[in-house]
Design a protein around this ligand. Structure first.
Ligand code: PLP
Length: 451
């Protein structure tokens, strides 16, 4: 039992919200379980001391996820593995006990640098090109709001992107009339080819196109764009353009980040925008924008950074000069304990191995797709091809609403899945490092039994 727990107070007094029943939109009722959290504490200590990053059971043991559930929801909001939980708790205790220990948050200058360094190591980029954010959505908002566009310039995007890209561009257009054109890359996601995707973009890029706003892995189909081939196309288009007329390739990478075994630097994009609180299992409320130097040079910052150059600029009345990642990181005090724990999430991931994780996720995704494809009442939306899909698997079940599917998976089979929030919604399934091939079989059997 932890020192700060007072056994004389009832759980509802200690947790005014969690002490009551929490009704999720799925209609499923979760009850807070004090005994379970005490069991958890013992398990945390035990599993940390025996953690073997090369043993998948041991990896799964690093999560406090309730053991009787199978979690096929890595595309949503991460559970923190124990090392990340511990880092957060220790930073939080420090801040709660004596904020001066962290210079009231000024220590963020040092800890944010460590977070940037961890991101740069993992992505093969440079720390000064990395701006820290709270989410993919924040990064998309900053990029699409800040892009320097002249009258007549357009942003080309697609009908397959997530709400956050759509809304960031809508807000930009509403603010200054920026032109946004939206195209469709495929009608049948399961049958798409890399050539088709690149050709549709080739045909759509026009003389006035200054930015492509794309998504690496589409959250409503699981289609993974061949980003390297798209980057090659953009390089071709840009070859005879002046610097300020070049097309910038901006990518929401969140549904591939932490799955694909690739350096972001090798993708050939200009801006890579992601959260680190999905497939990477990083701290909730963390993410980043990586930009190439020439791309940052075409972006205006929106939110003041809390950085040395910015404060110096305030004192000297000169425009701040410094690394773009630093100047584009939104300032103000943050939920520092989560941001500061980010390097631990990368260390955890790297200890297991990026290539091993990619293989583990992709093998399960292939197994899941094969199983679902064999069910006559299921329509698999995600391409079977490995180079056109990642960990996310999307499908629809004949005659059944998507929320009914996920409710029944949860309540009858103890399987956590998701419903996409797109208008033409689908069921989303995300095998990951917290699921197993046996659980994939269980999931396929569960979907087979839905009639
Ligand atoms: C493609 C895509 N982009 C962005 C988001 C939002 O991510 P975040 O919570 O990091 O803003 C999601 C889903 O939550 C998504 O599927």
């Amino acid at each position: 039992m932890s020192a700060d727990r007072d056994p004389t107070r009832s759980s509802s007094e200690k947790h005014p919200i969690m002490g009551k029943r929490t009704l999720l939109s799925t209609g499923h009722v979760f009850l807070p379980d004090e005994a379970a959290s005490e069991r958890d504490e013992a398990r945390v200590a035990e599993s940390l001391s025996t953690f073997d990053p090369h043993d998948w059971d041991s990896v799964r043991g690093q999560f406090s996820l309730a053991g009787e559930y199978a979690y096929f929801a890595a595309f949503m909001l991460a559970s923190h593995p124990i090392p990340v939980q511990n880092a957060i708790v220790s930073f939080r205790h420090g801040l709660d006990n004596f904020p001066e220990r962290f210079q009231m948050g000024v220590a963020d200058l040092e800890h944010a640098t460590r977070a940037r360094e961890a991101i740069a190591r993992y992505t093969g980029t440079a720390p000064g090109q990395v701006a820290l954010t709270d989410s993919t959505t924040m990064g998309l908002g900053l990029v699409y709001r800040g892009l320097r566009l002249r009258p007549g310039d357009e942003v080309l995007t697609t009908t397959h992107d997530f709400f956050s890209t759509f809304e960031a561009l809508r807000l930009r257009a509403a603010a200054d009339g920026a032109e946004v054109r939206r195209i469709t890359l495929y009608e049948d996601p399961a049958a798409v080819s890399a050539d088709q995707l690149v050709d549709r973009l080739r045909q759509a890029i026009g003389d006035r196109t200054r930015a492509l706003a794309l998504t690496w892995v589409h959250s409503n189909s699981g289609v993974m764009l061949p980003i390297r081939a798209v980057a090659d196309l953009v390089a071709e288009v840009n070859a005879d353009r002046d610097e300020d007329a070049r097309v910038l390739l901006c990518v929401d990478g969140v549904q591939g980040f932490g799955v694909e075994d690739v350096d972001v630097a090798a993708l050939g994009v200009d801006f890579f925008i992601t959260g680190t609180h999905k497939w990477l299992f990083g701290p909730r409320g963390t993410g980043f924008v990586w930009g190439a130097d020439h791309a940052w040079a075409r972006l205006d910052a929106t939110i003041p950074s809390f950085s040395f150059p910015a404060f110096t600029g305030w004192h000297t009345a000169e425009a701040p000069r410094g690394e773009p990642g630093v100047l584009h990181t939104p300032g103000g005090y943050h939920s520092f304990e989560n941001r500061w724990a980010l390097p631990v999430a990368f260390e955890f991931h790297e200890a297991i191995g990026r290539a091993r994780i990619a293989e583990r996720v992709k093998v399960q995704a292939a197994q899941l797709k094969e199983g679902l494809a064999g069910l006559p009442h299921v329509r698999l939306l995600t391409p079977r091809a490995e180079d056109l899909s990642s960990g996310l698997v999307c499908c629809r079940v004949d005659g059944m609403r998507e929320d009914e599917v996920t409710n029944r998976l949860l309540t009858e089979h103890r399987i956590s899945a998701g419903v996409s929030p797109h208008r033409d919604t689908c069921v989303r399934l995300g095998p990951s490092i917290v699921t197993t091939p046996d659980e994939v079989d269980r999931l396929v059997r569960a979907v087979a039994s839905l009639r």
